[in-house]
Ligand binder design. Sequence first.
Ligand code: MLC
Ligand code: AMP
Length: 525
Amino acid sequence: MPTDSAARLLASLSAFPQKEAIRFGSRTLTFGDLDRLSRRYAAGLSAIGVRRGDRVAVYAEGSPELVVALLGHYRLGAVHVPINTHYRAEEAGHILRDSGAGALLFTPGPEAEQVLAEIGPLPGLKELVAVGGPSSVPGARPFEELLAGVAGVAGAPLPSGAPLLADGDAALLIYTSGTTGKSKGVELSFGALVANIEEMTRAWGFTAADRLALALPLFHVHGLCLGVHGALLHGFTLLLSEKFQAARIVREFEENGATAFMGVPTMYVRLLEHLDTHPAAAEALRRARLFTSGSAPLPADDFRAFEKRTGHAILERYGMSETLFTLSNPYSGERRPGTVGLPVPGYEVKVVDDAGQEGTPGELGEIVVRGNGMMTGYWGQPEETARSFRDGWFLTGDVARSDADGYVTIVGRKSVDIIKSGGFKISAREIEDVLRRHPRVREVAVVGAEDRVWGQRIVAAVVLVPGAESAPDAVREELDGFARAHLADFKRPREVLLLPELPRNALGKVQKHLILKGLPGPQTP
Ligand code: MLC
Ligand code: AMP
């Protein structure tokens, strides 16, 4: 029998068989198509040996096939492990090894195929599936083969004929950066995921009548959980784009009846820039029901500028891969610029001092959270998991204050080593670990400088090995090439400061705030 959460997530598939579930360019899939294709895909995966509890990694661009795959994984009881498509071999290889993925879906193309070649064979990784076109990678099966029938058994009912995921089972393993070098897998159970996404999207008034313009990547909780799972839970239509383009979002409102948009603050900066050059586009956006923002702070100026142009007060909310979505401005009620609002139903949120004590309104402290959408833990890291909780409360590392009426304002992070750029979380340590391997580099410190478009911009302060100095531009170019080869493009330092020494305190600790102090304020790239 389907579990309660599984039944709720899959209900739209049978309730609205003829209704448009996903529009992707000129292609349309109905909820009935999602039902049929995900069953066939799950049966195909089962035929090639993927079993309940196995991890299936997905290193692929957003497309309807990814939603089919996600549902297929749930039907089979497999764990969906998305990988950021910007990742290079070291980053993607780490996730494949750490998760012990048995199968990998990937979008063919020179970059992805080079990454796979660099990673090389992995003992546990038995199946490669190319989604979105033919691939020259040896042994890779086309996605369509799983739909059409593998060894003649695809299309046959799955072993139980029903979703196998129970509430406590792992549904998603989402890798996120921390203060240490390598990313950690956040295990989210099916029950936690469904509970929180249902609460959050219901609070925002989503119904089957909505059409959500979704251009967020499907490898992070923002797009994947709120967007895709929200659509499945309510039966609304996804107007899906592989890539964000402001003009494209406007068209979804002008031509495709979009009612809502979810984005990161950088996308709102881009939308505002588009409105500067295409003022008439504001008319289409005015017709929307809702705009939400999250994953990074939305500057109050952008909130106000957007409201002035479109009449919409962007609804800002706060979340984290580990906790899902915990604070939100109200749908009905004051959406207060610069704040992330009030606790989402199902959560308790406190702002506490280092001893875990709540202060008075206005006092700064760390946000701690508990509730029904929390992660099960970091994959294979029980000690790290234990360290991230205190007395049952998850320690977010975000510094905030709570107003007398409960609205929370985020002011920063406890660690300067966590950077958020364009909504992506980046570990300064990871970039430092890579740059330190360059033969010219003696010391390096990476910081996130304030940036008008990206929120934060990566800056590396570098001390060169004595005798390895060269013309500054040549050194910068070399380091840039080195970073490009080893790191996702968005982790590449946008600025390299060549310093005689790093600022340190009496104990020898690098003073990153002094590096930041020497930099100019918010910049447009
Ligand atoms: C792209 N670039 C970035 C970047 N994204 N640089 C810094 N930070 C980023 N986030 C750079 C590329 O390296 C490249 O540089 C240039 O921009 C063009 O690349 P692109 O891929 O064409 O960029 P674009 O499509 O414009 O991407 C911008 C973006 C994207 C804002 C659409 O970054 C994005 O989709 N962000 C959303 C991230 C997200 O979903 N986060 C949610 C995490 S979950 P060059 O120099 O090589 O040309 C979470 C919890 C919660 O946080 O609460 O939601
Ligand atoms: P991630 O680990 O990628 O899920 O990112 C989670 C982090 O994003 C949080 O810990 C915050 O630092 C940040 N974040 C998410 N939403 C907001 C927001 N509305 N305002 C400020 N920071 C946010």
